[in-house]
Write a protein that binds this ligand. Sequence first.
Ligand code: PXL
Length: 269
Amino acid sequence: MKQVLSVQDLSCVGKCSLTVALPVVSAMGCACSVLPTTLLSTHTGFPEPYRRSLTGDMDAVCDHWQKIGADFDAVSVGYLCDPEQAAAVARLLERFGGIRVIDPVMGDHGKLYRSITEAHVEAMRTLCRKGTVLLPNLTEAALLTGLPYREQPTREQCRQLLAGMEEFGAETVILTGVSRQEELGFVGSHKGEEFSFFAPKVPRQCHGTGDLFAAVVTGALVLGKTPSQAATLAARFVARVIQATKEATPFGVSFEGELPFLWQELHML
Ligand code: PXL
């Protein structure tokens, strides 16, 4: 069985990060190990969550894994709380192998999430240099590359963002949340070759969908699918999940009932 390690926060209420990666990766038939980087009572979309950083525990956890011979076919990195945590994850990626999927979660719609600083952005630039696959949204790609943020970039502007992100050295870059008039999708490049996918836009802002996308991409890649297949499956799954979510709230999306779709579509590829 393929072994995935998911490295991100454990937000106890409000589906995102580990609470979506675990069920999704498992539903795809892969084993999902976890390294919670911070314990939060909720994600930061709720006011004033309780939080306890686990940055100081990460190296000791990795030491133990190395002792018992644990290793992974893919490591998937999501939301990190501070620059020190990004440095600890960079050390982890030196020790454990496989495909490194990095979602540089820092903001959306042109704005940083609460508590993300310029030092954090700089630490994420360093971390991105260790990725095989980078999954920035438009906001994160603009922040990381220094290019201007645009709500609806043209094809050429997407290409410039992709080219800027490619300079971090990853094989694959997928720009997520690319908005056109009536459509939403992604634009990617794999070893310089472009691919994209767009679906009709559902006018609903749902929390945690980027984390779902990253989990599906990781599962599909570790099972040997191409980056284009993996990202298209992820986008179709997320579109269904948004459709199934009747009311967008910070508690999260209704992805559970769509897991059989994910399994079926995965096995049709
Ligand atoms: O879904 C991204 C995410 C993950 N984890 C935490 C967050 C966010 C976005 O706000 O706050 C803690």
